[in-house]
Design a protein around this ligand. Structure first.
Ligand SMILES: Nc1ncnc2c1ncn2[C@@H]1O[C@H](COP(=O)(O)OP(=O)(O)O)[C@@H](O)[C@H]1O
Ligand SMILES: [Mg+2]
Length: 348
């Protein structure tokens, strides 16, 4: 078991009468890459700012190792933040930007030089010491900001949507770069984004938020494969979400057909459940007695797969399917699902 470095207990924050972080609990381990993921306004930045010390919790506690740090001012916390807008000093070159905090601490020139060189290598910008900030691309500026944030050896790096100002291609490159940097410097990264794909790519652990509440936390694979409710299923990747009924364990009925599943019946007063099926988990075949039958109404090539819409004959429910097989518009098809491909949620 890895050692916990940051922990929140019953963390609560309101602005005026507006509760934005609602009694949440989480732990973050040393050297872990943890991402807070959720839609705009769900409280991500507020959580990060409370960890950083820029915002004081209304109640609850934040721990660094086994010490409560609620009352420790930001500049005394061994943490550093990387902002979306980089916040670099435009009138200084790359070297001076990175050296800034070490100069303030009056470190020796030799030590500063060595550290800047080391950090520039980490962020893949060796040789850029004398460059003007304005002459750098967005991605390069972000790397300088990361190097600067690492200069005083924080234990934890906090990153608030740091890639969102970059174009798509640059963003993808920086995602890979960031993961590499994190492995190399062996520090805890706490990352905030509303981009589910970014969270899946980068994280050891994802904490999914909505309206200031944690919906689910786990590895990217856990969260993608076993979403705990329809919010998570819908937010992380695309999903077909269908009303169903479950009268016993391991069998669910929806759209007039019965399917085996691997879930037990949730403990509920009603038989109603919601069924979540990922687009890539649906098999398209012939119309059969046990399949859900419908008509192909749309097919779009997406690069790796086709995205196909099949409208069910009886319910008019539209299934989205991702497959590498081509199916013509207006073709009658049957949809089938393996027990593993059916995820049962409590009805929302
Ligand atoms: N200083 C503030 N004063 C009042 N309301 C705030 C303040 N900061 C954030 N909020 C509100 O708190 C909610 C959560 O904001 P934020 O943490 O920035 O969300 P996110 O980063 O997930 O988009 C929003 O409704 C926002 O308007
Ligand atoms: Mg934010």
């Amino acid at each position: 078991m890895k050692k916990t470095i940051i922990e929140a207990r019953n963390l609560y924050k309101e602005f005026g009468k507006n509760a934005v972080v609602k009694h949440i609990n989480f732990t973050i381990a040393e050297n872990e890459f943890v991402t807070f993921l959720g839609p705009s306004g769900c409280g991500k930045t507020t959580i990060l700012r409370m960890i950083a010390g820029f915002e004081i919790p209304t109640s609850g506690q934040i721990f660094l190792y086994d010490k409560v740090i609620n009352d420790i001012p930001a500049y005394l916390r061994p943490l550093n933040t990387v902002f979306q807008n980089y916040a670099l000093f435009p009138h200084m070159d790359v070297f001076e930007n990175i050296a800034f905090s070490m100069r303030i601490k009056k470190q020796e020139a030799k030590a500063i030089e060595a550290k800047v060189a080391e950090l520039l290598e980490v962020v893949n910008l060796s040789g850029y010491e004398q460059r003007d900030i304005a002459s750098l691309s967005g991605g390069q500026q972000q790397r300088v900001a990361i190097a600067r944030a690492l200069a005083n050896d924080p234990k934890v790096l906090l990153l608030d949507e740091p890639l969102s100002a970059l174009d798509l291609k640059m963003r993808k490159e920086m995602q890979i770069e960031l993961k590499k940097i994190q492995r190399e410097v062996k520090k805890t990264f706490i990352y905030v984004t509303h981009d589910q794909e970014e969270a899946l790519t980068l994280s050891d652990k994802i904490i999914v938020l909505n309206h200031g509440e944690i919906q689910q936390s786990g590895t990217p694979i856990d969260i993608y494969n076993e979403p705990i409710n329809t919010f998570v299923a819908d937010f992380i990747g695309e999903s077909n979400i269908i009303d169903g009924t479950m009268t016993k364990d391991f069998e669910v009925e929806f759209l007039g057909k019965r399917f085996l599943c691997v879930d037990k019946r949730p403990s509920l007063e009603t038989d109603r459940v919601q069924v979540v099926i990922r687009p890539e988990d649906i098999e398209i075949g012939q119309c059969l007695e046990h399949t859900i039958n419908g008509v192909v109404t749309s097919i779009v090539f997406k690069g790796v797969h086709y995205e196909i819409i099949v409208q069910c004959s009886e319910s008019e429910y539209d299934f989205m399917i991702h497959t590498t097989d081509y199916h013509e518009i207006n073709k009658h098809v049957g949809l089938d699902f393996g027990p593993d491909d059916i995820h049962i949620m409590k009805a929302g």
